[in-house]
Design a protein around this ligand. Structure first.
Ligand code: MTE
Length: 390
């Protein structure tokens, strides 16, 4: 601050008066000065807002947890606020005893709480061909990370006595009008999948599946079926519309790849990022997020010269599997144009690819699973914009 700053010399009103009483907001709200930080729709992306997406403002968040009210939304047929006393969850198919559970039944069972990221398979979809969006909110904002609480699906499958000889998959079905159904391999279903009712310590918000959703760690968001009403145990993939026709990867030879579920290792610098402006030369903390659907992030490298030289960033704790990892690195900006990039490596040794490496195997007409290295250009003016560097 400058010398003579009235904000330090004059005692403000709030230091001389009584503040507001407790419970003014029984369920707390952010400061009025943070009103610009919002989930936002991309204008013109979809024809109707009920079958659309809102993006998380990654540029304005800290650490790794996404506040529930800023968690991105993706609905195929709008969202509902379902009465939990009337919600029922069924397990049927290749089980000894098909069962219908109430929410009370489920919430009496042994529960777990785990932190995981959820990323829509279509995150960064607009950037396959060329630069298309103005900010990290729109390029990477179909990404959130929360603590989820619920009963492991394995406990419920055991409770119904799934057929250990014949069962190979489960089909998850939502209670909204979209008939959202996804096949999940039995190995995964028995591993870390959760039938969850809580997110970040409170019951799920309606937009995210209240009162029940599936949490499928490391797997694209579409399999995290919201308003979950049924799991069917089967012996082969179901090839439903949301896995045979949608959520398939276009390949350069004109064919499509099905069942690409895992979200591969990816990272992005959230500050400085496109749409922001550096305020003069000097020290900056470059910060961002890294994640992998295959486990923990092992390392993140950062370049300020478009990938010619790399330095290793600090990874902040906690460092959890299939969870966002926050990274930070010091940068002394001396006013010259720069191109900022981050490159994540996960514990399997997989290295996040450059956009041209990804295009060489996937082409340019895909929608899903773009995990390319993101480049942000810093102009001499300090203005940051979205660019693609090969
Ligand atoms: N489940 C149901 N029942 N209906 C849906 O439209 N959308 C899916 C998935 N589960 C969807 C659903 C998609 S495509 C994604 S990316 C995630 O939910 C988004 O979850 P979120 O809205 O909590 O971010």
């Amino acid at each position: 601050a400058a010398a003579g700053d009235p904000n330090i010399l004059i005692l403000p009103e709030h230091s001389r008066t009584l503040g507001k009483p407790v419970v003014t907001n029984p369920y707390g709200q952010p400061s009025q000065y943070e009103a610009n930080l919002q989930r936002r729709e991309s204008p013109g992306l979809t024809r109707v807002a009920a079958a659309s997406v809102s993006f998380t403002p990654l540029q304005g968040l800290f650490g790794i947890i996404t506040p529930s009210g800023l968690h991105f939304e993706r609905h195929h047929q709008g969202w509902h606020d379902i009465d939990p006393t009337k919600h029922r969850f069924m397990i049927n198919g290749l089980v000894k005893t098909p069962k219908v559970y109430t929410m009370d039944d489920l919430m009496r069972m042994p529960s777990v709480s785990r932190m995981h990221f959820i990323e829509c398979g279509a995150n960064t979809a607009m950037e396959w061909g060329n630069v298309a969006v103005p900010s990290v909110q729109y390029s990477h904002g179909m990404l959130s990370c929360s603590e989820f609480t619920g009963v492991p699906l394995s406990v419920l499958l055991d409770d119904c006595g799934y057929d250990k000889r014949r069962a190979k998959v489960v089909l998850a079905e939502g209670a909204d009008g979209s008939s959202m159904t996804r096949t999940i391999g039995l190995d995964r279903a028995l591993d870390d999948v959760i039938v969850a009712w809580a997110m970040n310590g409170e019951m799920l918000r309606p937009e995210h599946g209240y009162p029940l959703r599936l949490v499928v760690p490391g797997v694209q968001g579409v399999s995290w079926v919201k308003w979950l009403r049924r799991i069917e145990v089967g012996d082969q993939p179901y090839a439903t519309k949301d896995e045979a026709l949608h959520y398939i990867d276009a390949l350069p030879d004109g064919t499509f790849r099905q069942y690409t579920s895992i979200q591969e290792c990816k990272s992005v610098i959230t500050t400085p990022s496109a749409g922001q402006r550096l305020q003069g030369n000097g020290y900056y903390n470059i910060t961002g997020l890294a994640w992998s659907g295959r486990g923990k992030v092992k390392r993140v490298d950062v370049s300020v010269d478009g990938g010619r030289n790399w330095r290793t960033a600090r990874l902040e704790t906690p460092l959890l599997s299939k969870c966002l990892t926050r990274f930070n690195i010091d940068w002394d900006w001396q006013g010259a144009p720069a191109v900022l990039q981050s490159r994540a490596i996960d514990e399997t040794g997989y290295v996040q690819p450059k956009i041209n490496e990804l295009r060489a195997v996937r082409g340019t007409r895909s929608i899903y699973h773009n995990n390319a290295i993101q480049s942000w250009q810093v102009a001499q003016s300090g203005e940051v914009s979205n660019v693609q560097v090969y």
